[in-house]
Ligand binder design. Structure first.
Ligand code: BG6
Length: 294
């Protein structure tokens, strides 16, 4: 269903037969809601989010393309998150076609203005789908439609909703190397324990496994992230000081969110003319069993 969201911006609402749902704004190709079959919201969106171009929506799943962060010549996190995407009515088939009817295909192509700041023609196809169990699947396909190669970095900048950041732990990244964004991207190695949070956190984990878990003790919920084509994972929480410095983020909201972002950052992706890259992220939210400590 295509309908109007905040400030009259177009959004697509996906509903799966068992009750889960998702919302995708054409502005940014941005997922702003993902609810389980009990109607519980699983993504964080700030109460101060500004739904007004060109400011990217604070929360949900912004798409960072063609540049993650401010390393490069473009604006922070690239321009895809603040462009109006269109519905792609006839996308080429994917090997894993959705089993549910709850999906939408979007497309972004550069405008003449975009070509002035990033002179590369591309077609970016994004499919957002809900699986029968309420899983949220995002598939990006980026094709070089230009006559020369180009390179890019990428992230699904996913904001998860958590009950209390101090009670959350992330599993699957221990012992990995990371670049610390708080130390000029210094390269370090994570210790053997699961990751927990006691202050500002901003790291790019490198060469991560395809499965990462966020365990929310208080909610007794585990988010499982499965990814493909995206070797890195960013973990970010702004904590109190940075939260206060962001105009579109509530002062206390850092307690209720955690970004874990499936990404390709350390080694940029290069596409020759005609080549296509694919990056997938699949999210599920499962009740954790108290006894096993999971
Ligand atoms: C994270 C970065 O991915 O995004 C952080 O690692 C950054 O350094 C954060 O602060 C938010 O970025 P923005 O542009 O949405 O405010």
């Amino acid at each position: 269903d295509l309908c109007k969201g905040v400030n009259g911006l177009d959004k697509v609402v996906l509903r799966e037969a068992r009750g889960s749902s998702a919302e995708v704004y054409l502005y940014g190709g941005h997922v702003t809601s993902w609810k389980n079959d009990h109607g519980e919201e699983l993504l964080f969106v700030s109460s101060k989010a500004i739904f007004k171009p060109p400011k990217a929506i604070r929360g949900g799943i912004p798409i960072c393309f063609p540049q993650f962060s401010n390393v490069g010549t473009l604006e922070q996190h690239g321009f895809a998150r603040n462009k109006i995407w269109t519905i792609d009515t006839d996308p080429p088939p994917l090997p894993t076609n959705p089993t549910s009817k709850a999906y939408v295909n979007l497309i972004l192509k550069p405008s003449d203005e975009d070509l002035k700041i990033w002179p590369h023609r591309f077609e970016f196809r994004l499919r957002v789908a809900l699986g029968p169990g309420g899983d949220l699947m995002l598939t990006s396909r980026i094709r070089n439609t230009d006559e020369k190669p180009f390179s890019f970095t990428f992230a699904y900048h996913t904001y998860f909703s958590v009950s209390d950041i101090s009670e959350v732990r992330v599993e699957g990244l221990e012992t990995l190397d990371y670049l610390d964004n708080l130390q000029n991207r210094e390269r370090c190695t994570e210790q053997g324990d699961a990751i927990t949070f006691e202050g500002e956190f901003d790291k790019i984990y490198l060469g991560t496994p395809t499965k990462i878990a966020i365990i929310d003790h208080e909610k007794k919920r585990t988010f499982v992230i499965r990814k493909d084509g995206l070797p890195d994972a960013v973990v970010w929480n702004p904590w109190d000081k940075k939260a206060k410095a962001m105009a579109d983020f509530g002062d206390e909201e850092y307690k209720y969110m955690l970004c874990v972002e499936s990404a390709a950052i350390e080694k940029s992706i290069t596409l020759k003319p005609g080549e296509e890259w694919k990056g997938r992220q699949e999210l599920s939210a499962v009740p954790s069993s108290y006894c096993s400590g999971q």
